[in-house]
Design a binder for this molecule. Structure first.
Ligand SMILES: [Ca+2]
Ligand SMILES: [Ca+2]
Length: 197
């Protein structure tokens, strides 16, 4: 009986430790955008949308919509990016999101969920950019995008070009005709963008 009680006590201690660690993990995540309201702004008050190299060039472009079917996490929505960089002209476009001068220096990584559309097709690679108030642009290329949701966790140190994380201004997705070598026209979904420790 004594052994059972001490075993129960040990289990209780272990449970408390687990709960404390779980609490720290959730506090160590800053959700930038879960898109679950299906409207702007993002979770930190920032605007976002699609951008185009040349609005007048009908041979290329990117359109953004909220999608309530292809979302990560079971409820809410994701953003759907329909891109086209299949053009006789130099082609690039994508998605931008304001980061409201967020201080990311207490975080180590950028996390996001991403998948491609099986029917429309999709590139397996996209470029990401993080910009700060100093005008620096950190760049990182994601590869191996599939038609299944996957979490991409990128150490902030790997955004080469960024030397200061105390005032982040913008997150950018870039589709371009060189990077999108697999599929120059298609659909990508993004959800649950966050800074994590
Ligand atoms: Ca969502
Ligand atoms: Ca085209």
């Amino acid at each position: 009986m004594k052994a059972l009680l001490s075993s129960l006590a040990a289990s209780a201690v272990a449970l408390v430790v687990v709960l404390m660690v779980a609490g720290q993990v959730s506090a160590a995540t800053l959700v930038i955008a879960d898109f679950n309201t299906g409207e702007k702004p993002n979770n930190i008050g920032g605007d976002f949308g699609a951008w185009n190299r040349d609005e007048a060039d009908q041979t290329q472009g990117c359109k953004m919509n909220f999608n309530q079917t292809e979302m990560h996490g079971g409820t809410g929505s994701s953003v759907q990016l329909d891109y086209d960089v299949d053009s006789p002209n130099p082609a690039y476009n994508g998605f931008w999101m304001k980061l409201q001068n967020q201080d990311a220096s207490q975080y180590d990584k950028l996390s996001l969920w991403i998948k491609g559309d099986a029917v429309a097709g999709h590139t397996t690679k996209v470029k990401l950019e993080l910009k700060n108030a100093k005008g620096e642009v950190g760049k990182y290329t994601i590869s191996n995008i599939t038609t299944e949701w996957q979490e991409i966790v990128i150490p902030l140190a790997q955004f080469s070009g960024l030397t200061d994380l105390t005032s982040m201004t913008e997150f950018v997705v870039v589709f371009d005709d060189m990077t999108c070598s697999g599929k120059k026209q298609g659909t990508i979904y993004i959800d649950d963008l966050a800074f994590v420790k």
